[in-house]
Design a protein around this ligand. Structure first.
Ligand code: G1P
Length: 839
């Protein structure tokens, strides 16, 4: 398998690669060595960049070379170099740039070490000419050394905090204080840039920017020969520069020389010294590179698809890495993702667990369990998520936003976990509730007696089962309806951009999700051994409609009705089903347009958003994913959606039609130009969930077209997607917001559950493949995946190369023995599933 990506770069397309380790160091690097590097939100070693920073090279990582007196930069920013093509190779997670000109070959390998907080660039220069060449080199890395907030806020004042020290082959900066939203604090983070050459010593140190520029510019500095500072110099109060000039050398034809740049962020000088002891040795750099590759290979080996073509297999190998990156980076820290303080939102927390479940990670049940500690007794949840699993924080500004979809996702994830493992016991584990004084679905506030954000009752931590938490979230989602009878939109739903309709807005898609969740809960109840379920009294009154949601909020806000009562599980299950049917009726009556597809939202004036001309994909997705339409109506929905939203030139299904207005009664999304982000782009996450819904109804032709169009768009040169899938494609089909997207987990779910039909139902495995003819390579399609903690290969054999709809399972062979079983409680061996025509 050739998982490496190799490209010839002729012009700057804005590619970037994340570089990450498990110690908190995060970087991004482009083929031109732009990008940035930081450890956590507050500690940027290199100046933070957004999208445009990808194209600004003059204050990034660089070595300025003079080859026989002609300037050639490591980052390729000179005029001449910008017109030369070069080779770009990307692996998990490292990059190699190879530039060739008439005199030299310049190869730069960049990566972050796994166990030390250093970013390393290994530079190999070979004299490819027939003559001796002279080489001058000046490493040049501006050391930002502070919080991103200081870019335009106290930028100068924070340079006064710097204490810069020149050390052997390095510049070290330890600012005295940090100035940011946390206030003014003593700083304990040390930033460093070191540089080595295997054939020359450092001759000049230029540790501050003023000295480096010396009357020139960042691009054309005039201080490259400054000899004002030496090892041992300490300079206080200036912008710091990691610039070091090496002695000039001559290279014979064929001879090579190596340079390195090592950028560090550590909290102890000993760590920096140890890192440098290790990586001043070029052999150790090469060893660590192998280490990094093996590390990611292992981490990314939890699921493998052998499907369709080498190209697809390789592409999916980057997709499977994406959820891992999202777990480390959340939605922040990459050039497009220039928002947030790091961390993840509630929805992403649950969605990212999907792929963790597939990787049979031992911590997954613990993580699911711990995450329920973020649920408030009013059914809402904490939105500030701490760094440790299960750590939730009160909103810094005490302004809480409520997303109406938040309550729906935990059940989807928990049910997947139960299906994969058969572990129903998790439902009966007791968990606490989050308490920060917010009540009434976070619309009211009371003084909180809790100083650790835990709901207390009579001096004791108040707990309920995970099942109780799930019932609570989904019943509130169900009963919290607006005047049309659909779940209130609140401050947005899955679409973060629908944030201006919190008075009268309603979300039909999530009404569907909640009603299906009640059916799922009813189904779960039918599977458990217990005949009675313990929940708190107010919740029991709510589900039995003995009082309405406002009575409920009033009661629980003063800690009333929290005594536990037992309900017969069959009575509860029937009640949940009848509530679901009731809401289905409302949808049938009010949310169908032209007998063809679903209405999506109610706006802040109380009017339905869509007319016969418009559509939102979210409503069609949630309908199909949540088994709302009949098969016949699902076909109509698929036809209408394709008609209204499909555009195969830009990646497939758009998120919505063009409303042609700034809908200030819906949200900021409709201030975005049409075809961008949450206003009608091909938003991959929703398009993939929609595809999942199509497969759910066996609408495989539509589904296959949708997923192929989405994945193929990423492979087109003009989409500018380096690897995997982006968050969205804009109206020119360009990918935006690379790597960190919930899409990836859903693509894995789609491939595993729908396309490969690995059906896990309360711990029991069956096969229901929906592979199309094109998915097979020489009649074989294979998935390697964990089934109940054992990694097995499942091989579908379709010797006659039949298409979906033309085959059925004719034979199942496990360990060379045919079995008549079609449902498996345990399976520890590789499986061959033969497909043949219907009898
Ligand atoms: C991003 C957010 C996700 C949100 C979506 C739509 O999508 O992470 O929580 O639901 O925008 O606003 P992503 O591409 O990361 O899945």
């Amino acid at each position: 398998m050739g998982e490496k990506i190799k490209k010839t770069i002729n012009y700057n397309q804005g590619y970037y690669l994340p570089l990450v380790n498990l110690k908190g160091l995060v970087g991004s690097v482009t083929p031109y060595l732009s990008g940035d590097l930081k450890k956590g939100y507050y500690n940027y070693a290199l100046e933070p960049i957004s999208e445009l920073g990808l194209f600004n090279l003059s204050n990034k990582r660089n070595i300025i070379f003079y080859v026989d007196g002609e300037r050639l930069d490591l980052n390729g920013q000179t005029d001449k170099q910008l017109n030369e093509s070069f080779e770009y190779e990307v692996d998990k997670l490292s990059q190699v740039i190879t530039r060739n000109n008439e005199k030299i070959k310049m190869e730069t390998t960049s990566f972050i070490s796994i166990n030390e907080n250093v970013e390393i660039h290994l530079v190999r220069i070979v004299n490819t000419s027939k003559k001796i060449i002279s080489l001058e080199a000046v490493t040049s890395v501006p050391m930002y050394s502070r919080s991103p907030e200081n870019i335009h806020d106290h930028r100068h004042v924070t340079s006064l905090l710097n204490i810069v020290e020149v050390v052997e082959n390095g510049i070290i900066n330890k600012p005295t204080l940090t100035f940011d939203e946390r206030g003014h604090k003593l700083n304990d983070v040390i930033y460093s840039v070191h540089s080595f050459c295997d054939k020359a010593k450092v001759s000049n140190y230029i540790p501050i920017i003023d000295e480096y520029i010396s009357g020139g510019t960042m691009m054309y500095p005039k201080g490259l020969k400054s000899s004002k500072y030496n090892v041992g110099s300490i300079i206080k109060g200036y912008e710091c520069m990691g610039a070091m000039r090496f002695e000039n050398i001559n290279l014979n034809p064929g001879e090579e020389v190596n340079y390195s740049i090592i950028i560090g962020v550590e909290d102890e000088i000993e760590k920096i010294n140890n890192n440098i002891n290790k990586y001043s040795n070029f052999e150790n750099i090469k060893k660590e590179l192998k280490n990094v590759k093996n590390f990611y290979k292992e981490l990314n080996n939890y699921i493998n698809f052998n499907v369709e073509s080498e190209k697809r297999i390789d592409q999916l190998k980057w997709v499977t890495l994406q959820p891992i990156l999202r777990r480390y980076l959340g939605n922040s820290y990459l050039p497009h993702h220039d928002y947030g303080h790091g961390g993840r939102g509630w929805r992403d927390l649950w969605q990212d667990l999907l792929s963790l479940i597939y990787s049979a990670d031992k911590s997954v049940s613990e993580s699911i369990y711990e995450n329920f500690a973020g649920v408030r007794i009013d059914g809402s949840n904490a939105t500030i998520i701490g760094e440790k699993v299960g750590e939730f924080k009160s909103d810094r500004n005490q302004i809480v936003r409520v997303w109406s979809d938040h309550g729906a996702w935990p059940l989807l994830t928990t049910k997947l976990y139960i299906d994969e493992t058969g572990d129903l016991d998790i439902l009966f584990k007791k968990q606490k509730y989050f308490e920060d004084g917010f009540t009434h679905y976070s619309k009211m506030k009371k003084p909180t007696s809790s100083d650790n954000n835990i709901l207390m009752l009579n001096g004791k931590v108040y707990e309920g089962t995970i099942l109780e938490h799930l019932l609570l979230q989904n019943l509130i989602g169900y009963f919290n309806i607006g005047e049309h009878g659909f779940t209130r939109l609140e401050d947005a739903d899955w679409n973060d951009g629908l944030d201006m309709a919190n008075k009268k807005g309603e979300t039909i898609p999530f009404t569907m999700f909640y009603l299906e969740n009640l059916r799922v809960l009813a189904d779960i109840l039918s599977k458990i051994d217990q005949s009675n379920i313990e929940i708190f009294e107010s919740l029991s009154k709510l589900v039995n409609e003995e009082f309405n949601i406002f009575d409920y909020f009033n009661e629980v806000s003063s800690n009333k009705g929290l005594n536990k009562v037992n309900i017969d599980k069959n009575i509860l299950s029937n009640k949940l089903k009848s509530l679901a049917s009731k809401r289905e009726e409302t949808i049938l009556q009010k949310a169908i347009i032209n007998n063809q597809y679903y209405q999506s939202y109610v706006d802040n004036d109380g009017n339905f958003l869509d007319s016969e001309k418009t559509m939102s994909l979210t409503a069609q997705t949630m309908a199909l994913m949540n088994n709302i339409p009949s098969k016949d109506f699902a076909i109509k929905v698929a036809e209408a959606t394709r008609d209204k939203l499909f555009d195969n030139k830009i990646g497939g299904y758009r998120l919505n039609s063009d409303y042609k207005k700034i809908l200030t009664n819906m949200g900021r999304a409709y201030g975005f130009a049409y075809g961008h982000k949450e206003n009608g782009a091909v938003f991959c996450h929703m398009a993939t969930m929609y595809t999942y819904g199509l497969y759910n109804y066996d609408l495989v032709n539509y589904g296959n077209e949708a997923v192929m169009t989405l994945l193929n768009q990423a492979l087109k040169e003009e989409s500018q997607v380096l690897a995997g899938v982006p968050e969205y494609y804009n109206n020119q089909g360009k990918g935006k917001y690379m790597f960190l997207t919930g899409t990836a987990s859903w693509l894995i779910k789609l491939y595993r559950e729908q396309i490969f039909g690995i059906n896990m139902n309360y711990g029991e495995l069956s096969f229901n493949p929906k592979l199309v003819k094109n998915d097979f390579i020489n009649g074989v399609a294979e998935i390697e995946t964990y089934i109940k903690n054992k990694k097995i290969k499942i091989k579908y054999i379709n010797q006659k190369e039949l298409d979906f709809g033309k085959y059925q399972i004719s034979k199942i062979v496990i360990c060379n023995k045919e079995t008549n079983d079609r449902v498996f409680k345990e399976i520890g061996e590789n499986v061959e599933v033969y497909l043949d025509e219907f009898n």
